[in-house]
Design a protein around this ligand. Sequence first.
Ligand SMILES: C[S@@+](CC[C@H](N)C(=O)[O-])C[C@H]1O[C@@H](n2cnc3c(N)ncnc32)[C@H](O)[C@@H]1O
Length: 394
Amino acid sequence: MQANAPFKLPQPEAPALAHSERVAAFLREQIRAGGGSISFAEYMQAALYAPGLGYYSSGTRKFGEQGDFITAPELSPLFSRVLAVQVSSVISQTGSGSILELGAGSGVLAVDVMRRLAELDSLPERYCMLEVSPDLAERQRSYIAAELPGEFSRFEWLDQLPVAFDGVVVANEVADALPVERFTKSDAGIEQLRVAVADDGFAWLRAPAPPLLAEAVEQLERYLGQAFEPGFTSEISLALPAWIDDVCSCLARGFVFLFDYGVSRRELYAVDRTSGWLRCHYRHRVHDDPLILPGIQDLTTWVDFTAIAQAASDAGMSVAGYVTQAHFLAGGGIDAELQALADAPDSDRMDLLRQVKLLTLPDEMGENFKCMGLARGELAIPSGFAFGDRAHVL
Ligand SMILES: C[S@@+](CC[C@H](N)C(=O)[O-])C[C@H]1O[C@@H](n2cnc3c(N)ncnc32)[C@H](O)[C@@H]1O
């Protein structure tokens, strides 16, 4: 057993600490019920989504400057406006399309996309939301009702994926929020990193990998053409292929836009990446100890875009493009959207330029964030995928 190292972060306020202690008590109970340990995927699932307790399921502020991290649609309406033009190009081909947004967070992307679609006279029949967190779904409803009262009747919150959906599916930073397993290679073989109770919180526990995880890691090794070296530690999301299969299977015709930070499988499991890609966000600080501050910090991993492409292809969809966020925004016309916003009478041009830089510079969100487009049916590929396609690296 290996105790987690102390890490210096801003001190949480008393109510946040009290909430985290309730989440910790819930996790200790799960661990007790699990016979002394749980898999990291179970820990992550509970820490993020346990009803009323998990990071996304309790009422704390997560997004934006007052929260723990900032996403592209929270950073700037330019992101959503470019996406809206891309969505419009698909809807105009499918004729009667709707939009389905997965994991919409605060609802800001939905509002900005619909505003731009209204300007383009291209409003969808329905804008459906599927959100696992009841708390966030409620916040989305209030925000959209306040911002878009005239279009509120087009919105619908779903409990599950629809059947034979026709239109466009959008998900920004959802795949990275799915639970992952952690594994390590030792002389004994593939081991699962599990979570146990320690005197001062939680600690890692190594155990032989259960068959499903061992088989998934062996498959990775076969794909990469070499076995991982002893000591190599990383993550794998067993939930991701199933989620992509479900999303693709619900689409009768149309297009999926998936945005996330991630890389190809070969980059994700490069030999020198010996401790994985798991990251924790707390008040705009990034660190790598997921066992502290349960329920009040975000847990996330970089996404295996090869896994997404494979699962989509298995579900009968084609990869229409895989580009960096910078390429997507450039191909999708961020210059025209910038011009339109900058021309507005009350515009803050310097702030808009700052937003463009953060969205597109390689060291900011421009390169680590990717957009993957998945298509079902004969559709012209949206212009966001016109430059810099990297599908060959998948
Ligand atoms: C990192 S946040 C991103 C929020 C928002 N899309 C944005 O860009 O600001 C992840 C979101 O995905 C939601 N989520 C996680 N798993 C999900 C799933 N399987 N289906 C739908 N939403 C999910 C979370 O509750 C949360 O709203």
